[in-house]
Write a protein that binds this ligand. Structure first.
Ligand SMILES: [Zn+2]
Length: 347
């Protein structure tokens, strides 16, 4: 049984090889990758679990907007993609040209202007964060950068992901969210998606929910959330079901996110992390990757009913309706949704 009437995965990473390029100057998780079309792999899983559409995110250095557009062109009824400043990041990684914001904005503007049919957002990394080779920056400098990025996103009427909160070479988590708060105060109409809903533990999710509750168009992507974590947002009267965007949580990124089992981690124990992927056995053989991205997060949605945390109308918003509205997806005419929260009409 499908988890909802129209199901959208809001966080997919096909479109790249899951190995570093041999000549990559960057190492580890930020290594440069090769852009390839492996979207058929995602389509198989989408079909198995009844996922109607997916949002691709060209997040890694080496991925290209062209390849992500090509994936969408091959599957126009199933895929849309966000845009990134891919070429600007690649040039900085190669040492060809120092990273600068104006090149990033120019690249994004061109992609969003020329690719309206398929490019529906920006992310999952905003220009200047997460793996970008660049000079360090202050809180104030990042605020100025985000203002320029926000104006671009508003001009194109697309949402932008905010992942600054866990940039290992950027601001601290607290400072990054301070910047976002200030940006949202200046641009309340800005549509923002917080990937992973801020994280995979209670303290981080509560912090992200607090930020989201202060502005009308901030959404939390929930692919990493256990069912119990949804309660934090669903019982917050400023948030509710209309602010949650379900996903597989880095769907298709097999190499980068193998996560070991932590069966003893407990709900509502802020210092412990509950890993959501539990079929990686921990050694380094080639076959050790995450093969099934949808099994766990679809079952968390089913558990929302068991835990009496959401109605099916609310679930329909979480697993597809909100994404359809945010990304202007082509929903079948006969597929209707409750407007905003079922109990509160929100435009
Ligand atoms: Zn991701």
């Amino acid at each position: 049984m499908k988890i909802g009437r129209f199901v959208v995965d809001g966080h997919i990473h096909c479109g790249k090889k899951d190995s570093a390029k041999a000549d990559s100057k960057l190492k580890g998780i930020w290594a440069e990758v090769e852009s390839v079309d492996n979207s058929d792999m995602i389509l198989f899983d989408m079909d198995v679990y009844g996922v109607d559409m997916g949002i691709l995110l060209p997040s890694f250095t080496g991925t290209t907007n062209e390849m992500y557009k090509y994936c969408c062109e091959r599957h126009p009824k199933r895929l849309r993609t966000c845009a990134m400043d891919c070429q600007t990041r690649i040039k900085a990684a190669h040492g060809e040209k120092e990273w600068n914001l104006s090149d990033s904005l120019k690249e994004l503007d061109e992609v969003l202007t020329n690719g309206k049919d398929y490019f529906v957002g920006i992310g999952e990394f905003a220009p200047g964060c997460m793996g970008v080779v660049r000079k360090s920056y202050s809180n104030l400098e990042r605020f100025d950068e985000w203002c320029a990025v926000a104006e671009l996103a508003i001009a194109h009427d697309v949402p932008i992901f905010f992942h600054d909160y866990s940039d290992p070479t950027g601001l601290s988590r607290v400072e990054a969210f301070q910047v976002l708060n200030k940006v949202l105060a200046k641009y309340p109409e800005l549509k923002v998606v917080i990937p992973h809903g801020g994280g995979d533990n209670v303290a981080d999710i509560k912090e992200a929910c607090l930020v989201a509750s202060r502005a009308p168009f901030v959404y939390l992507e929930t692919g990493y959330w256990r069912a119990e974590y949804y309660e934090i947002a669903l019982k917050d009267h400023q948030l509710g079901a209309s602010r949650l965007i379900w996903g597989g949580g880095d769907t298709g990124s097999r190499l980068w996110y193998p996560q070991a089992t932590r069966p003893n981690a407990k709900y509502l124990e802020p210092t412990k992390v509950w890993y959501n992927r539990n079929n990686w056995n921990g050694d380094k053989r080639e076959a050790d990757y995450q093969p099934d991205f949808y099994g766990w997060p679809t079952r968390q949605i089913a558990r929302l009913i068991d835990l009496d945390l959401a109605t099916q109308d609310e679930i329909n918003l979480i697993v597809g309706g909100n994404a359809a509205r945010l990304y202007k997806l082509p929903v079948p005419e006969l597929c209707t949704f409750a407007c905003g929260r079922p109990d509160i009409l929100v435009k």
